[in-house]
Design a protein around this ligand. Structure first.
Ligand SMILES: [Fe+2]
Ligand SMILES: [Fe+2]
Length: 140
């Protein structure tokens, strides 16, 4: 199976979009991997990139005082716990390839289409010229 990034996943924050694309690439590598050792390595990369991505996204949400920040944070926390458990199951060799596909495609696209899409609507509605990097540079 193949998992593609789509323009409809854009959020209004260029860095979030770049990070989401990176997560899709991590997932594509996981889906193309058959042996357990490389699967574990690819999953560790997904865990690392997901953690960094969530930290950045949470920084943006705080910066714009996003009203649904609590629910969004909670989903991030739940997903991190799931990804970590998933990596452990790979290490223990207790997952089938079908489980892997279902998990990585489900959580990534599921979260982007629900929680991140709501954040995107908020950014576009209230900050049409949003540029976080520029804002940070001004504050420095
Ligand atoms: Fe998110
Ligand atoms: Fe995200």
């Amino acid at each position: 199976m193949k998992l593609d990034w789509k323009d409809t996943y854009k959020t209004g924050d260029a860095e979030i979009d770049a990070q989401h694309k990176g997560l899709f690439e991590d997932v594509a590598k996981i889906l193309a991997t058959k042996d357990r050792d490389s699967l574990l390595l690819c999953t560790m990369a997904l865990v690392r990139d997901t953690r960094a991505h969530f930290e950045y996204e949470e920084k943006v949400m705080r910066r714009i005082a996003y009203p649904q920040v609590a629910e969004h944070f909670k989903d991030h926390t739940d997903l991190m716990a799931k990804i970590t458990a998933f990596a452990e199951n790979i290490a223990n060799d207790t997952l089938s390839h079908a489980d892997v596909e279902e998990f990585v495609t489900g959580w990534l696209v599921g979260h982007i289409k629900s929680f991140d899409a709501k954040l995107a609507t908020h950014i576009w509605s209230f900050y049409p010229n949003w540029n976080y990097a520029l804002l940070e540079a001004k504050d420095a």
